[in-house]
Design a protein around this ligand. Structure first.
Ligand code: PEP
Length: 275
């Protein structure tokens, strides 16, 4: 039986590259992944490169993502970027709640919930990042932390009454559950060269899927893709790809090298061809 969920590989370029570098990258990467069609490939360049990269990707099967968004559609929010602007540039996905945004820019679960709703409203698929710190892991609180982050980001248990209060997210998500992606990214594994053990990541991915079944339904939970992120590279990726509840990866450092990222894409494709 084939895999129910299509594998997904997302490059998070973070704050790297100017136009000439991005174009050079694309020349190499698009050529290397030309034949990949079973695995979904996504590039998330910084805002300044969305138009340049987006234009090049139009000629390919690769999709465009933003690394962040603001939750209002327009208005006096100096320096912010709205979901409508991202949609206008052809973004298919947007990363929401990355640990760097939580830690360095004070994003709370409440803000992340608003961003997630705004993305879905604009028909941009959110990639919601969750994960525990080293201290939380050492204290044995990983799954507790994941639960708080996921409930906070996805769920409005009792929507506040009154004018303009948003409906619970489950109503908004409905048939578009496949549009939601969760990236399990242990904070201690991001950019450190120390990855989680695949079986540990799988246990946490399974925990997330079971929680999604409670929040939405078993059927929806089976459709939502769960990625692993944290020091993924060509030497360790296969271990993650072989886990039943891990549907791909969100990749930072290794995605900056087009050859290495193409290698990850080929690995995912080979396994998808087998299953
Ligand atoms: C990330 O920032 O989402 C990430 C996974 O980074 P890295 O691959 O460098 O650990």
């Amino acid at each position: 039986m084939g895999r129910e969920r299509r594998r997904l590989l997302v490059a998070n370029w973070k704050m790297h590259f100017v136009r000439a570098q991005a174009l050079e990258y694309l020349k190499i990467f698009t050529e290397r992944v030309r034949n990949i069609n079973k695995t979904e490939l996504v590039l998330a360049p910084p805002f300044t490169l969305l138009e340049t990269v987006g234009r090049e990707l139009q000629k390919t099967q690769i999709k465009l993502a933003a690394q962040n968004l603001f939750y209002e559609r327009q208005g006096a929010f100096t320096g912010e970027i709205s979901p409508l602007m991202l949609k206008d540039l052809g973004c298919h996905y947007v990363i929401v709640g990355h640990s760097e945004r939580r830690r360095l820019f004070g994003e709370t679960d409440e803000i992340i919930n608003k961003k997630l709703r705004a993305a879905l409203d604009a028909e941009i698929a959110p990639i919601l990042c969750v994960g525990e710190t080293l201290e939380e892991r050492r204290a044995g609180r990983t799954q507790q932390v994941l639960e708080v982050q996921i409930r906070g980001a996805l769920h409005t248990p009792s929507p506040p009454s009154g004018r303009g209060s948003p409906p619970p997210l489950r109503e908004g998500l409905g048939e578009r559950s496949e549009d939601l992606v969760i990236a399990y990214e242990p904070v201690w594994a991001i950019g450190t060269g120390v990855n989680a053990e695949p079986h540990e990541a799988e246990a946490n991915a399974l925990f997330i899927r079971e929680l999604l079944a409670q929040l939405f339904s078993a059927e929806i939970a089976q459709k939502i893709r769960i990625l692993y992120g944290g020091s993924v590279n060509p030497a360790n990726f296969e271990g993650f790809l072989r886990q039943p509840n891990i549907d791909g990866a969100l990749v930072g450092g290794a995605s900056l090298d087009p050859e290495a990222f193409a290698q990850l894409a080929q690995m995912a494709e080979r396994l998808s061809e087998l299953s």
